[in-house]
Design a binder for this molecule. Structure first.
Ligand code: IPD
Ligand code: CA
Ligand code: CA
Length: 266
């Protein structure tokens, strides 16, 4: 039987250590490389941070699996047992250009179900965390459950890329939504945008393509607060493959799905 209390404590200790190492890197020159395209960036610190977590997890929990963005973990095609889903730096472009607005994101899942979610805003020293069934917290402060909000009062996290012509989606679905809501925000870190939905700073977050490590930690926190994390058609995510993601307060989720994300609403 997994001692989840101990896993949670260890994860928090390691995330604090990793954050300290990231802060210590600020005065140093980064080694920056590109991945799938010239704007898909990775640094030596992304890689070292992932390796740091993998070293700790393997030494303490050799039976646990790891799905990490930079590929130093396991290759998984199904969820079985305990899986740590890790984004060592979510918001790498912000990390490089701004040295802020990025986070470490960790979701710990058991047989595909999220048990622990951690998002650490390294620069602001803000740890958003939840254990399934035990509430969600920002540092030591309990986060209240999410409340309903009408579309007309909603602020939605959405990248401008998704409201202009793009190869993944009929952008008019989202531009109709953008016309009706109170405002949009784009922070450049999916994990932080989920933390902001959790704390009510924004009301929903939509992306056409996110990977499991972008959202695994945030999904545990959002669900613990009564929010929803689904595909753009309202289906459950598998936390193994990349795809569209719709995070929202309750009520608003249903309104947006019904009134905006149906092809007949065009
Ligand atoms: C990215 C950020 C960004 C989102 C991208 C992600 P990364 O993660 O979360 O906000 O729009 O889709 O890939 O590459 O900085 O870890
Ligand atoms: Ca990411
Ligand atoms: Ca990353």
């Amino acid at each position: 039987m997994t001692n989840w209390h101990e896993v949670d404590n260890n994860a928090k200790t390691w995330i604090n250590e990793a954050a300290e190492r990231i802060r210590a890197s600020f005065p140093k020159t980064l080694d920056i490389q590109t991945k799938s395209n010239p704007n898909d960036l990775v640094t030596n610190i992304d890689k070292e941070t992932e390796q740091f977590f993998i070293g700790k997890i393997n030494a303490t929990y050799p039976e646990h699996k790891i799905l990490g963005e930079e590929g130093y973990g396991d290759k998984l095609n199904k969820h079985a047992g305990v899986v740590w889903i890790i984004d060592p730096i979510d918001g790498t472009m912000n990390f490089i250009h701004q040295q802020r607005n990025f986070a470490i994101s960790i979701g710990i899942y058991e047989n595909g179900v999220g048990v622990i979610g951690l998002i650490y805003d390294v620069v602001h020293n803000e740890l958003y965390h939840a254990v399934k069934g035990k509430g969600a917290y920002l540092n030591d402060k309990k986060i209240p459950d999410l409340e309903k909000v009408p579309v007309s009062n909603a602020i939605v996290g959405i990248s401008p890329s998704w409201v202009v012509e793009n190869k993944r989606f009929d952008y008019k679905l989202l531009s109709n939504l953008v016309k009706d809501i109170r405002g949009t925000r784009s922070y450049g870190s999916a994990a932080l945008e989920m933390a902001y939905v959790a704390t009510g700073r924004i009301d929903a977050y939509i992306s056409l393509r996110l990977a499991p490590w972008d959202i695994a930690g945030g999904a545990v926190i959002i669900k613990e607060l009564g929010g929803l994390v689904t595909t753009l058609t309202g289906e459950e995510l598998d936390f193994l493959t990349a795809g569209p993601v719709f995070v929202s307060k309750p009520g608003l989720h249903e309104q947006i799905l019904t009134n905006y994300l149906q092809p007949e609403n065009l």
